[in-house]
Design a protein around this ligand. Structure first.
Ligand code: DX5
Ligand code: ZN
Length: 217
């Protein structure tokens, strides 16, 4: 299977989210950044807006919760029927329990780590998850530069999954462009979140470019 491209709606026009979703119908999923102004110094959207996105989206929704206390809030999003929910290792209290509850609701469970959090912080629990999100910028804002220093831990995660036979989707998020996507693919990523690289331009063309660049690594 080729690279999965999940455009981030953070770089879309928030006044026209329905139309923006139509423009990325060739993507594998729409990445939806939920920020609470506490876990990260930025605020985006919550349950009512995600509910409407889920109702109209031509592609599955891949939620990235950058919020405190996901133990309390993640299930509200799961009840909307989204495809996947990723919460942060640095914010969660009972990650394995939360992953199990998400899966019970038919939602793929993901765990995210900030640039400063090592893979080893989640190694023991990663078997309870469907996807690992390695942040390649500090979470909070779009348009930042890719941090190559996160690549060694991405490789360690990929090697761990291979060694243990774990089916784990490996996502990268932040500063992914046609120039950086190959490096991330080389280190084991299979799913690429891109905000500005997709929406600054014609999204369907940008998605095709990213796919080609990932395949050429
Ligand atoms: C950042 C978000 C990302 C963001 C990526 O905290 O998690 O999903 O939209 O934006 P770009 O691709 O512009 O770095
Ligand atoms: Zn994100």
């Amino acid at each position: 299977m080729g690279a999965r491209i999940n455009p981030s709606l953070l770089a879309a026009d928030f006044a026209s989210l329905g139309t923006e979703l139509e423009r990325i119908s060739s993507a594998d999923a729409a990445h939806v950044d939920v920020m609470d102004g506490h876990f990260v110094p930025n605020l985006t959207i919550g349950v009512p807006v995600v509910e409407r996105l889920q109702a109209v989206s031509p592609v599955p929704l891949d939620l990235h919760l950058m919020i405190e206390d996901p133990d309390r809030w993640a299930l509200d999003y799961a009840d909307l029927g989204v495809w996947s929910i990723t919460f942060h290792a640095e914010a969660v209290t009972a990650p394995v329990t939360l992953a199990r509850r998400l899966r019970e609701k038919g939602v793929r469970a993901g765990i995210a780590i900030r640039p400063g959090t090592p893979f080893e912080a989640v190694e023991e629990i990663i078997g309870s998850f469907d996807q690992l999100l390695v942040m390649t910028v500090e979470p909070g804002f779009g348009g930042q530069s890719f941090m190559p220093e996160t690549m060694p831990k991405l490789r360690r995660a990929a090697e761990y999954a291979k060694r243990t036979g774990l089916e784990l989707q490996l996502q990268v998020d932040g500063g992914i462009t046609s120039d950086t996507i190959g490096i991330a693919a080389e280190h084991g990523a299979d799913t690429f979140v891109a905000g500005s690289a997709v929406f600054r331009g014609e999204p369907s063309e940008r998605i095709a470019e990213l796919r080609a660049a990932a395949a050429a690594h």
